[in-house]
Ligand binder design. Structure first.
Ligand code: PLP
Length: 424
């Protein structure tokens, strides 16, 4: 143990481990460079910025992006859309989820995962996560009812959910599985690409994701029928350019189309994704292998493995008060950290902060879709997933990315040593 570790905590007036700022949290946008510039300028020069112009369909950037995703994931069908949210909406519609159906989702995910369920008229049913930060399969089994139609599994913080267990439970109950891989583009589960395991996979290309077009999304599936339904819903008319033969009845669609400029921007980054992820995973593995020697903090087995993309470091301490104290102390040492659920910040990744669920309010002041099932008492109170809330209260988070250096890692570990010595 070095002298600096023995020093007083910076929180208590000691010298901080570092004074330079902690790393930026965005990955894809940090990598924007000459390749993307060239691709986007080439689209501008072509003056073909709308995907479905009949002329030049075969050289569409969106189509090229779909082809890349298909080969990258080894999947038969892909649909480029304008956000991860619209990918999820199209996935739900594709799966036939609609008014009055129940859809199970984890209590820890971006609020959009819950919102989209209500937007297709279905009723969200919350499910506990476990220490992996993803859906607890044992709790999933308990939340299934005769009304359950689908499950949205979320690969939260770039960590692969327990797809083996979840798929077999879903199969036994005849449920559709939608993978929300918004935060886990490029991840794997037992060697299989995330997004390719469930019935439909959804990705986001928003700025805080692994790769980004500012806004954008991708839907993938191996089912021609589900894909045709998603295509129909993503564009009320453009489908005529997509199928040689439409095999499903017509229904009205939205406009969730991606632009050619965004697709071109994304193509440049997709090429870089394996390197970005290798770096990020390597950083996390280096951190976790050291932290596992620290008996006073708790880490899930999946953390720091191939099934963790390394987007952030989350660890658990015995209680919420300690988590708050540790986060403050780490921040004072120059490693920006926060308690995941502090009961104050309205972090929209946590069910306890999803106000519209608690109040069961729709955009028009009514209570659709819950009004479809007046006999049911759907509970969205804090008591509904107590394990999740306790876990997130005990969780401390530090943002990581692929650009974290050896020096950053050494600083982080030194700060953790100091904290373990003084606070845990
Ligand atoms: C887990 C999860 N699902 C869905 C979304 C929605 O994606 P988007 O912001 O592209 O609509 C996000 C990200 O914002 C997310 O993190």
């Amino acid at each position: 143990m070095g002298m600096r570790v023995m020093d007083k905590l910076a929180l208590h007036g000691g010298t901080p481990v570092r004074t330079k700022p902690w790393v930026s949290k965005y990955m894809g946008s940090e990598e924007l460079g000459a390749a993307e510039k060239e691709r986007v300028l080439a689209v501008l020069e072509k003056k073909r910025i709308f995907r479905y112009l009949p002329k030049g369909l075969e050289t569409s950037e969106c189509a090229a992006l779909e082809e890349e995703y298909k080969s990258f994931l080894g999947i038969d069908y892909a649909l480029a859309v304008n956000s991860g949210t619209s990918a999820l909406i199209c996935a739900l519609v594709a799966c036939g989820v609609g008014p009055g159906d129940e859809v199970i989702l984890p209590a820890y995910t971006w609020v959009a995962t819950a919102a989209v369920i209500t937007l297709v008229g279905a009723i969200p049913v919350l499910c506990e996560i476990d220490e992996s930060l993803t859906m607890d399969p044992k709790d999933l089994a308990k939340r299934i009812t005769p009304r359950t139609k689908a499950v949205i599994v979320v690969h939260m913080r770039g960590i692969s959910a327990a797809m083996g267990e979840i798929m077999s439970i879903a199969k036994a109950h005849g449920l559709k599985v939608i993978e929300d891989a918004a935060q886990a583009n490029g991840g794997t589960y037992r060697g299989q690409m995330l997004g390719s395991i469930g019935d439909v996979g959804c990705f986001s290309l928003q700025q805080s994701k692994v790769i980004t077009t500012g806004e954008g999304g991708m839907l993938v599936t191996n089912s021609e029928e589900l894909w045709q339904r998603a295509v129909l819903y993503h564009d009320g008319a453009g489908y005529q350019y997509r199928f040689i033969e439409r095999k499903i009845p017509a229904f009205p669609g939205q406009n969730y189309r991606l632009t050619e400029l965004q697709a071109a921007l994304s193509l440049g980054q997709l090429e870089k994704m394996p390197r970005i992820l290798q770096q990020a995973k390597g950083n996390k593995q280096a951190i976790v292998s050291e932290l596992r020697k620290q008996p006073k903090i708790e880490l899930a087995p999946v953390f720091g493995t191939e099934e963790d993309l390394g987007l952030s470091l989350i660890f658990y301490v015995p209680d919420g008060a300690q988590a708050q104290h540790v986060a403050k102390a780490l921040t004072a040492e120059g490693i920006e950290a926060f308690q995941v659920y502090d009961g104050v910040a309205k972090d929209q990744h946590i069910y306890a902060n999803w106000e519209f669920l608690k109040t069961k309010r729709d955009p028009w002041g009514g209570s659709y879709p819950w009004s479809l099932r007046p006999e049911m008492e759907y509970d969205y109170s804090e008591n509904i997933c107590p394990f999740t809330l306790d876990l997130l209260q005990r969780a401390v988070q530090v943002h990581l990315n692929h650009l974290v250096t050896k020096e950053d890692i050494a600083d982080l570990l030194q700060a953790m040593d100091k904290i373990a010595l003084h606070l845990l």
